[in-house]
Design a protein around this ligand. Structure first.
Ligand code: NDP
Length: 319
């Protein structure tokens, strides 16, 4: 396809954290040849083959960004392994098979760094995805996601399809899931800080706060999804992450949130609670080698935006 040909880019899971980030970024690009379709589950259940076909027939996409997935925090991943496996396998199977049937020019699917082997060396890189079992807590989700990479290669070998995948680290931003007990670190902490302020209490954080993580802001990730759609030519996955030097402790994140929300209480680290893995460093070496000018929005600013969004949308957001 040349640059001046019209593209219809369909985003599955377009109403979620990542999809909304892409929607905001796509609007800012203002490219007249691109039209975007952002799907939500009420547009059709992607677990259902015929519903998926109907969506592809209706929108006739040329390109697909595939985000839709059953996602959840630690608690639901541990409790519903069967559903996480079966629903994600069904969604991915239907979306990729329709991409083949409808001759999609390119499909970029979303994996996650939490699908990497549990016992590994650090930093993890793209070559290690299948090197050993994932952590038992999320094996339903992880194995279903890993099969996307297997299918991408198989569809290419057998049908010549151009399917690839990206692997983001922990994502945060507007439209996140702010559930208190079954969410990711940043949205969970934002919600807890909000409640501590409202109830005039101190903020208790599970664990020592010492573990380190790499976080990516949904708007930075959005830019990288569009970059991958336009420029990333390999079938094998690529890690989309801030650098190893940008790992940050949970305690520092909690302090940034407290500062962003102007929280004046104390931060108490409950060391009787488990810390989880100390670090899970991912390398963004491949990304930096292909996109050397890449810059990220400073985490302080991005956390401020995320807190602001949560406060402004408290009544209606997922929590
Ligand atoms: P969200 O939970 O915010 O969004 C999930 C999206 O998938 C929603 O648009 C939802 O639609 C849609 N969806 C779920 N089930 C179905 C279904 N059966 N049929 C149609 N649509 C469905 O997730 P995120 O934005 O956080 O995640 C997007 C991708 O990024 C996922 O593939 C996830 O695995 C991956 N990822 C996420 C990370 C994170 O930290 N959040 C980290 C790394 C990877 P609706 O809301 O309308 O129901």
């Amino acid at each position: 396809m040349t640059k001046d040909q019209k593209r219809v880019i369909m985003v599955t899971g377009g109403s979620g954290l990542v999809g909304k980030g892409i929607e905001t970024y796509a609007k800012s690009l203002n490219r007249p040849n691109d039209s975007w379709v952002f799907l939500r589950s009420s547009d059709g259940d992607l677990k259902d083959k015929e519903a998926t076909r109907t969506i592809f027939k209706k929108y006739n996409p040329t390109h697909v960004i595939h985000l839709a997935a059953r996602v959840g925090g630690l608690f639901s991943n541990m409790k519903y392994k069967v559903e996480f496996f079966r629903e994600n396998i069904a969604i991915n199977d239907n979306v990729l098979e329709c991409c083949r049937e409808f001759n999609i020019v390119k499909c970029v699917s979303c994996l996650s760094t939490c699908i990497f082997p549990d016992k590994t060396t650090y930093p993890i890189d793209e070559t290690m995805v299948h090197n050993g079992p994932p952590h038992p807590s999320n094996e339903g989700y992880a194995y279903a996601k890993r099969m996307i990479d297997v299918l991408n290669r198989a569809y290419n070998e057998e049908y010549g399809c151009k399917f690839t995948s990206v692997i983001p680290t922990n994502i945060y931003g507007p439209h996140d899931n702010y559930h208190l007990h079954d969410s990711h670190v940043i949205p969970g902490l934002i919600h807890k800080t909000y409640l501590a302020m409202k109830n005039n209490q101190d903020l208790t954080i599970m664990g020592s706060g010492k573990p380190l993580r790499q976080f990516i802001y949904s708007l930075d990730l959005a830019k990288l999804f569009v970059w991958a759609l336009d420029n990333y030519e390999e079938l094998s996955p690529i890690i989309l992450s801030v650098g190893e030097e940008d790992e940050i402790s949970i305690a520092d994140v909690a302090h940034l949130i407290a500062e962003a929300m102007d929280f004046k209480g104390k931060l108490i680290f409950d060391t009787s609670k488990a810390d989880g893995q100390f670090k899970k460093t991912a390398s963004n070496h491949k990304l930096k080698s292909l996109y050397p000018d890449l810059t990220f929005i400073p985490i302080k600013d991005a956390i401020k935006e995320s807190c602001k969004w949560f406060i402004e949308n408290y009544d209606t957001c997922r929590k």
